[in-house]
Design a protein. Structure first.
Lengths: 337, 347
């Protein structure tokens, strides 16, 4: 009996996924231990990691819902940038950072809605349309910065609009981080335990079946895309209002694509994507944390430290990629025959 | 993928509609912020195409764009969404700046060596994405974008630590023997445009006149049929990445060796930044055809050049032009745009 249980216990280590997870966990603990050993606060690093995780997690969870329903939006990067500017604009309009986050959420929803209309009714090539959003943001962010505030490249807004983290005895936690974690958990439950979640997954796996059941595939995809991009928009507004306290022209700095990497890593499962977002956010935090550590700059040029999150993304995706079950109809417009 | 590559009977109608829609939304964006769209567009197009001198300048802007467009177009032809031109341009420019600015070679050989080195560096930066795609199946969107960011910091590092000349913020300018001759005095158009156009024509000939090119297109349109016919899809992808790297590296080289007045790479990469992303819009406008890309590049080059006039004369930030490009790309993503509009009207 016991031997059997033990066998079972060890059998799961042969599973590559579980091994990978434990490997990552062990590596994470070793890094934390090394940092503690070097007499630098590991809790600070976790805090930075959680902050850096938040926009990635929001964008990734949103994209998971989106891809489960069958549309792939690679314009996350652009949505993050545009909603960041609009969020700050909204915050200044209403005089409150929380309202700004809400405005970012709505702006994201709007972009997601347009994207869904184009890909569902226009039967657009979703990769191209998503890239179009990224290109649009490349110009629009700078244009809006110039047109709204008259600042080229960077704008520092009032300190009062910054949504600050909650301080607890164990460290500080940002409310939006809690929203991001909750969103991942709720999305997982929603996708697998509710009727509408089932329909979303069906729309991505076998849209014909949804259609035959008398439910509109188009409507499901539009709702999923709108909500997914809305979460991404919240993440974009958070970038400025919760994290940096300023807008720079390239504020998203590839985070949208890193979020995309999270989704690929997770096979579009929200909870796994949250974990992936934490790993990527951790490397992001690690990079900025190394950069401010005194003495490092003299040894390693800062440019190499800046590369860390991007190289880490490539490495993690390369190592972890497998035959994950992506929705079969993802990225293809549904045509009724 | 099939839909993306499907030829459309009238190749000019859809891009035309997309441009009109893009300009209309651009006008809306101008109106919202209190600018005069008519004045804005007047200066945009007058600046870009208003006089012979401006058209010549527009051609100078178009030179790198037609090359980065080839990178994206060849990727699409092989069924890849290769958006790595951006990073390959940086690295290619750094490679060209290294040979052009720091190595002394005889006249004639120098310019060829610097250009070839830039192209070689472009390929070097395309290969990791190709290897990851073929070896592990890492999607090229993620790998190429991440490599773009890595390339940016690497190129800045190279300029600051290794290539910087007497002026710290700029790499050592290309020597006289490594510069493309100026075609029209007082503008920045050099003979680099001939190299660029020739490269586009060579790529066209390769894609439509050779066996390997046919196999590349076949494996892009129908990988299963290609497999069945004994064509190696993996080899086609590798070739596509390499040709893309050559094109992007050449684009970077033209900006260093063929673009007065600096003849160098800025430490903030200011003279090569975003060229790779514009290439995506140019390629889609040109229907993923190297020759179509030349004409689309001239159009977008005009917008980029005219955008500076628009900013100077009316005060509209020239970045709006990039935004308009984005909207044009979104519109181009919809197949048969004109057909959809016509159907709605006669309903």
């Amino acid at each position: 009996m016991n031997a059997q249980l033990l066998e079972k216990f060890f059998a799961q280590f042969r599973n590559k996924k579980v091994m990978g997870f434990f490997g990552a966990l062990v590596a994470f603990i070793i890094i934390l231990y090394l940092i503690a050993w070097a007499d630098m606060k590991p809790s600070l690093l976790v805090e930075t990691g959680l902050i850096a995780m938040t926009p990635l997690a929001l964008a990734a969870v949103g994209e998971c819902i989106n891809e489960k329903a069958g549309t792939i939006n690679i314009g996350l990067e652009g949505i993050l940038g545009i909603t960041c500017v609009i969020g700050v604009w909204g915050a200044e309009l209403f005089g409150s950072g929380v309202m700004g986050l809400l405005v970012g959420f709505i702006a994201g929803a709007f972009i997601g809605f347009i994207f869904a209309i184009i890909s569902v009714y226009g039967r657009a090539d979703q990769m191209v349309a998503g890239m179009g959003i990224n290109l649009l943001a490349l110009g629009l962010v700078a244009y809006l910065l110039m047109s709204i505030w008259g600042f080229p490249g960077i704008y520092v807004f009032s300190n009062k609009l910054v949504v600050s983290p909650i301080h607890t005895p164990w460290g500080s936690l940002h409310p939006v981080t809690i929203i991001a974690i909750a969103a991942a958990i709720l999305a997982q439950i929603f996708l697998y335990k509710t009727l509408f979640g089932l329909r979303i997954r069906a729309a991505g796996e076998k849209p014909e079946a949804v259609d035959v059941a008398g439910v509109s595939v188009a409507r499901i995809r539009i709702i999923a895309s709108t909500f997914g991009a809305a979460l991404c928009g919240l993440g974009g507004a958070f970038l400025a209002l919760g994290w940096f306290g300023a807008i720079v022209k390239e504020i998203s700095a590839g985070r949208g694509f890193i979020a995309l990497a999270c989704v690929v890593f997770a096979g579009a499962e929200p909870l796994v994507a949250l974990g992936a977002a934490f790993i990527f956010g951790f490397t992001d935090g690690l990079a900025s944390w190394i950069a401010i550590t005194p003495g490092v700059k003299n040894v390693i040029p800062v440019y190499f430290i800046n590369m860390i999150p991007y190289i880490a993304t490539i490495v993690i995706v390369t190592v972890a990629i497998g035959r994950r079950g992506f929705p079969r109809a993802a990225g293809k417009p549904y045509l009724r025959e | 993928m099939l839909r993306r590559l499907s030829t459309i009977s009238r190749p000019l109608v859809d891009p035309g509609i997309a441009v009109i829609l893009g300009l209309a939304i651009g006008a809306l964006l101008m109106l919202i912020f209190g600018y005069d769209p008519i004045a804005g567009y007047y200066w945009l197009f007058r600046g870009g195409f208003g006089s012979i001198k401006d058209i010549v300048e527009t051609l100078a802007f178009a030179t790198p764009l037609m090359l980065t467009a080839v990178t994206f177009a060849v990727g699409m032809k092989a069924g890849l969404f290769n958006i790595g031109a951006e990073g390959q341009v940086y690295i290619g420019a750094a490679g060209a700046a290294a040979i052009g600015g720091w190595v002394t070679l005889p006249v004639g050989i120098h310019i060829a060596a610097a250009t070839a080195f830039g192209m070689f560096f472009g390929v070097l930066w395309a290969l990791p994405a190709a290897i990851l795609k073929l070896w592990r199946g890492v999607h090229e969107v993620i790998s190429t974008i991440m490599l773009n960011y890595v390339a940016r910091y690497l190129a800045i590092y190279l300029v600051v630590y290794w290539l910087a000349g007497p002026r710290a913020e700029v790499s050592n300018p290309a020597m006289g023997s490594a510069r493309y001759p100026l075609l029209v005095g007082g503008t920045s158009l050099t003979a680099a445009i001939f190299v660029a156009v020739a490269f586009c024509i060579v790529v066209y000939a390769f894609l439509w006149r050779t066996r390997a090119g046919y196999e590349l297109r076949l494996s892009g349109t129908n990988p299963e049929a290609a497999n069945y016919a004994g064509v190696s899809v993996r080899r086609a992808m590798l070739i596509s990445f390499i040709v893309g790297g050559l094109a992007a590296g050449l684009a970077g080289a033209t900006q260093v060796l063929g673009r007065p007045p600096t003849w160098a790479l800025f430490a903030d990469l200011g003279n090569v930044i975003e060229l790779g992303f514009y290439g995506i819009a140019v390629a889609l406008m040109g229907r993923n055809h190297p020759i179509g890309g030349i004409f689309a590049a001239i159009f977008f080059g005009g917008l980029l050049h005219g955008g500076r006039y628009m900013e100077y004369q009316v005060g509209i930030a020239s970045e709006l032009v990039t935004g308009i490009q984005g909207i044009i790309v979104i519109c181009l993503a919809v197949p048969g745009l004109w057909a959809i509009i016509r159907r709605r009207r006669f309903k």
